[in-house]
Design a protein around this ligand. Structure first.
Ligand code: NAD
Length: 328
């Protein structure tokens, strides 16, 4: 990117300014927000808008969001509102942001404790994927990406699932570039068919109805360093929703057992932290996919075959949470 200072402003967080900015550009305007989900909110957007104003940004200025899902989601949202829309370029620096958050034009911030409650659909001008950034990423953060990659396999491609699961089973497994690209392609395929999230794109939410509720609840009762990560929360959600899938859409018990065994590598040791339905209820009923028909989940009929718009009885959610809490 050969842009001059007036045309491009980098938004980073404290970590990506240290680790990633030096790999990317020199002598370009930049500013930082604090890192972490706790800062993905409207206060941070106001800070971003103030900074952009101080820099004299216009609609023609590019805001280059250099970071994980938090910086990409929030930066793209803030840029979309600034003067009714300035240009946005995403440079995802976590695996999760590469395979998931940066792809598909959904952006936004958390609001009143609810995940991504304020936001919009708008596509970035460009997205640059560069796996060199992953060299400074911790194993724990990589796992957040592996979980979303596994989900892509579970909803759409058995072979991708089989390849990604090896990343869970052996800690030092090398992550091939091609696997990242395959995962992006699965996400992109769903987005291209259904940008506004009215149909097949919802399948990407497998594990996320319960997972987001667990993540939001955990963020409410813990400080951010002790709360469950996005990846762990979604892994827990996938186990519960896979259990529900056996009851509603014919997922076999063998496949439930198989994927539970893989996901237990991520979630083992946290069975004491499994919330009850009553604890999750405030978040479940606020899920953006719900309609008057009730709590809407995306499930899997088999490994590699997602289904969407499944309205789940409360009793079945409770059963799924019991199944999770009783895993050994
Ligand atoms: N828009 C979407 O479609 C979509 C999809 C999935 C997730 N998300 C959102 O993504 C967010 C989670 O993203 P995330 O997991 O990337 O979290 P994150 O952005 O908080 O990044 C995780 C941590 O890694 C640090 N970091 C980032 N890149 C690094 C690097 N290269 N080296 C060292 N440290 C680095 C960050 O500073 C942060 O501390 C959530 O807010 C979630 O809602 C959005």
């Amino acid at each position: 990117m050969q842009k001059n200072q007036a045309n491009i402003i980098v938004l980073a967080d404290e970590h990506t300014m240290n680790y990633c900015y030096p790999l990317l550009l020199e002598e370009v305007s930049s500013f930082i927000v604090p890192y972490g989900e706790g800062y993905k909110n409207l206060d941070s957007c106001e800070f971003i808008w103030k900074k952009l104003t101080e820099f004299g940004a216009t609609r023609e200025t590019i805001l280059l969001c250099l970071g994980g899902g938090v910086v990409c989601d929030m930066g793209a949202f803030a840029a979309g509102c600034f003067q009714r829309g300035m240009k946005t370029v995403l440079v995802p620096t976590t695996l999760l942001a590469m395979v998931d958050a940066s792809i598909g034009g959904k952006n936004g911030v958390n609001f009143m404790g609810y995940k991504n409650y304020i936001g919009s659909f708008s596509e970035a001008e460009e997205i640059f994927i560069c796996d060199s950034f992953l060299e400074t990423l911790s194993y724990k953060e990589k796992v957040n990406g592996y979980v979303e990659m596994l989900k892509h396999g579970l909803i759409a491609d058995r072979l991708h699932y089989d390849q990604v699961k090896m990343l869970f089973l052996q800690e030092n497994q090398h992550l091939e570039d091609q696997l990242i690209l395959d995962s992006i392609a699965i996400k992109k395929n769903h987005v291209d068919q259904d940008f506004r999230d009215q149909g097949v794109r919802k399948r990407l939410n497998f594990g996320h109805t319960i997972g987001h509720a667990i993540e939001s609840y955990s963020l409410t009762i813990n400080d951010e360093n002790e709360s469950l990560s996005h990846g762990v929360s979604v892994a827990l959600g996938m186990i519960v929703e896979a259990y529900i899938s056996t009851k509603m859409v014919g997922l076999s018990k063998d496949e439930l057992h198989e994927l539970t065994m893989v996901l237990q590598r991520v979630v083992s040791g946290i069975s004491d932290d499994i919330p009850t339905y009553e604890e999750l209820k405030p978040y479940l009923i606020k899920d953006k996919k719900n309609t008057e028909q009730g709590i809407n989940c995306s499930l899997i009929a088999s490994i590699g075959e997602g289904v969407h718009d499944q309205y789940v009885e409360v009793s079945l959610i409770k059963e799924g949470l019991d199944f999770l809490a009783n895993l050994k």
